[in-house]
Design a binder for this molecule. Structure first.
Ligand code: ADP
Ligand code: MG
Length: 728
């Protein structure tokens, strides 16, 4: 082992678990202690102001400046009492991270001193000089104004010494420059559309919430080993590294005992997450070595998404207290599973009905089937767009690579629901009985039975029905869930509106309400059949069938992204009020540019490492072999020396072959980059990077990984997979 490698591996081996102090009281006692939630508002705001904020949270009613001032005063009082010195508007630019600019509460007191001050104006709106955030050309640098505006539906919280106020981020001309603004619009749109459809069954429903429960997968790597891998450090994934002889074959990691150092990290993460109001519930080892998952109890989608962004930031920070680095990249290591972020999604009413769950009566079940079929239809109509919503340079390594999920969106329903839909489709409307008597009764087992009978859970489906919700499994581990959630909720909103229009037309023509609903559902089941697939989604058979069914089978990320600008997508986004054509175009520019930059950075890192790590090391080892051959000739008769050198001569030649291939390909890759960089259009440039630069990664890597196998371990400086993945 090289000295550097030995040092970092030894240090990693020697690390002990860090002791984390347990806070006083039960977990539920300190839950949300750092959140300015309803309980704190009740305490710090007058009843009148409290009611106004409630109304703003529930119904989006704008707050007047006087109320905003009162909220700011209460919020500041709470924040100061909890040790905050700074405040920030916390937002989600199009970078897949969060952004914050901290200011103190300090203000001149007019007598030469300072006082803490926070006004409604500062709470409600700010104008960060935000010219360096991606905007896709909407906001030119010379007109750098962008606004952040308070989102009262997600409560403020304190991280460290800073009061964080969740905000949306929009341009001077009103276009959204973030993920939160369009997500909020999509949630509002699905709320309205779903309430209207609910009224066929439950006239008292006033609000429909979209729920999200994410499952965050990630890897942990020892910090020292990470620091010795420039590729991990700069790109989040290993661009080279031969598979370890043992990795996940024995299936001994999944649900195994959590390593003690990792438990220390998880304990601290859970404590801090709970204080921030993130209801973490589950932790376990995942399939790949060093891979883990955390999941909370599901929450309203906007809040849940804020919590996911917050937990990713928390994980990155806290892991370092335990000598780890968190890898959120979708595919940090070749040959073992990558990481995703299953988005469990459902709709529920203010009257506590889960709309994706079967009910007790045939009427409830008709409502259940209505929503399930509308979701299917929405997913069918926008399957290419949904794939675009999860597509990124890093998630591309998972898509279609024989692990969850395939690069084709389809939906799994399971035997029970499939059977009901099939029967419904083949039964005359007049025979479907919703209120007793003869005919086809909508008898669907209740959720617990469905959940118990989970034998047909299909892990290969990107969009699976799981008893009372759909699980969108294609979302990447590093992604902002909002990208996927805003498309899904908007698509469902559009479909529910179309559905209602069709049903109302039949009712106006004299049809009974339930008969009208059943008629439209039967038509929709037929029309959206292509999206329903319960078998193994990883097979070549499915790829062929999906293409024949007309589903989107594109695998190139720059082309997948085109789906955002399809006529049907633009119409959907505009009719639901979620995004305009201009916003969509701008966002696509950002997506293509990001794709290019990510591949560009990887290409540079790979080229550098190949030239200044791998080739020099391989050459050094080769020289020692050549030296050996010459020395044997000095010591032994020519024939004997020749026969003794056969093996080394072979290795010498092998090394030369690998080196010349690597050098040749790295040169070619640099040339391909130069050609691509000259292209003006972001889309064409991304396509060039995808088609001409990216394919060389694996070719170069193949030869590097072969060298790793033959070169003296004592010379190899980069920590190997067996060390990265098994030292904890
Ligand atoms: P599994 O790995 O078996 O899919 P987990 O327990 O890891 O399940 O995660 C399931 C996630 O789904 C949790 O966040 C849970 O709160 C969430 N969930 C459960 N029911 C719903 C629902 N009706 N709507 C949205 N999310 C839900
Ligand atoms: Mg899980």
């Amino acid at each position: 082992m090289s000295t550097l490698r030995f040092r970092v591996v030894e240090a990693a081996f020697g690390k002990k678990a860090v002791d984390v102090a347990t806070p006083a009281g039960k977990q539920s006692d300190y839950f949300a202690s750092k959140v300015f939630n309803r309980e704190k508002m009740f305490k710090y705001l007058s009843p009148k102001v409290f009611d106004k904020v409630e109304d703003s949270i529930e119904n989006g009613t704008p707050l007047d400046m006087k109320t905003a001032d009162a909220v700011a005063a209460g919020m500041q009082q709470w924040a100061l009492a909890n040790g905050a010195t700074h405040y920030t508007h916390w937002f989600h630019p199009l970078t897949e991270g969060t952004a914050e600019k901290h200011d103190t509460f300090l203000d001149p007191d007019g007598k030469g001193g300072l006082i803490e001050k926070f006004s409604g104006k500062l709470l409600v709106q700010q104008e960060p000089d935000a010219s360096s955030f991606p905007s896709g050309g909407i906001r030119n640098t010379f007109e750098a104004r962008g606004y952040t505006a308070w989102d009262p539906s997600s409560p403020a919280f304190i991280v460290g010494d800073t009061l964080c106020i969740p905000t949306i981020f929009i341009s001077y001309t009103g276009e959204s420059l973030d993920y939160k603004a369009p997500l909020l619009k999509a949630l509002e749109s699905v709320n309205k559309a779903a309430v209207d459809v609910c009224h066929y069954f439950n006239p008292d429903v006033k609000k429909v919430y979209a729920y999200l429960g994410w499952e965050q997968e990630y890897f942990l790597v020892d910090e020292g080993l990470y620091a010795a891998r420039p590729d991990l450090l700069l790109t989040g994934r290993t661009l080279m590294g031969h598979e370890s002889s043992k990795n996940q074959q024995l299936e001994d990691h999944y649900f195994g005992a959590i390593p003690i150092r990792v438990l220390g990290f998880l304990k601290e993460l859970e404590i801090e997450a709970l204080k921030l109001g993130i209801p973490l519930k589950t932790r376990h080892n995942e399939v790949a070595p060093n891979q883990f998952e955390v999941a909370p109890i599901f929450e309203e989608c906007n809040l849940s998404n804020d919590h996911n962004l917050l937990i990713m930031a928390l994980m990155r920070n806290l892991a370092r207290n335990h000598g780890f680095r968190v890898l959120l990249h979708e595919k940090p290591f070749k040959g073992i599973n990558g990481s995703g972020k299953h988005n469990n999604w459902s709709l529920g009413t203010d009257t506590d009905i889960l709309l994706m769950a079967p009910g007790q009566t045939p009427e409830d079940n008709l409502r259940f089937i209505t929503f399930v079929v509308n979701v299917l239809k929405a997913v069918y109509r926008h399957n290419g767009l949904l794939k675009a919503s999860i597509a990124s340079a890093s998630n591309a390594h998972r898509l279609g690579a024989n692990e969850a999920p395939p690069a084709i969106i389809s939906s799994f329903l399971g035997a029970q629901v499939s059977e009901v839909l099939e029967k419904l489709e083949n039964t005359e409307v007049s025979e479907v009985i919703v209120g007793g008597k003869q005919g086809f009764k909508l008898d669907i087992p209740r959720i617990p039975e469905l959940l118990l009978d989970n034998t047909d859970r299909n892990r290969t489906s990107p969009f699976a029905f799981t008893g009372n919700r759909f699980e969108f499994r294609a979302v990447g581990s590093e992604a902002n869930c909002a990208a996927a959630m805003l498309v899904l909720n908007a698509a469902v909103a559009e479909q529910l509106k179309l559905f209602k229009h069709e049903v109302d037309t039949l009712i106006a023509a004299g049809k009974d309400t339930y008969a009208a609903i059943i008629e439209v559902i039967r038509k929709d089941i037929k029309e959206s059949k292509a999206i329903h697939y319960d078998k193994n989604g990883y097979t070549d058979e499915w790829k062929a069938e999906a293409a024949a069914r007309g589903l989107d089978c594109e695998t190139s990320v720059p082309l997948i992204i085109d789906a955002y600008l399809r006529e049907s997508s633009v119409k959907m986004f505009e009719s639901t009020g979620v995004m305009t054509h201009i916003e969509l175009k701008a966002r696509n520019e950002v997506k293509w540019e990001t794709y290019t930059k990510k591949v560009q950075i990887e290409a540079r890192v790979l080229g550098d490492l190949a030239m200044n790590h791998i080739i020099p090391i391989a050459t050094r080892y080769q020289s020692s072999l050549i030296d050996n051959v010459y020395k044997l000739r000095d010591l032994f008769p020519v024939d004997k020396a020749a026969s003794m050198s056969v093996r080394n001569l072979e290795i010498i030649e092998d090394i030369s072959n690998h080196i010349s291939f690597i050098k040749e390909k790295v040169d070619e890759m640099v040339e391909a980059r130069k050609v691509a960089n000259k292209i003006e259009s972001e889309r064409e440039k991304a396509i060039a990077y995808h088609d001409t630069v990216f394919p060389m990664f694996d070719e170069i890597r193949y030869h590097i990984d072969k060298l790793e196998l033959v070169v003296d371990d004592e010379l190899w400086t980069l920590p190997k997979y067996r060390e990265l993945l098994f030292v904890r």
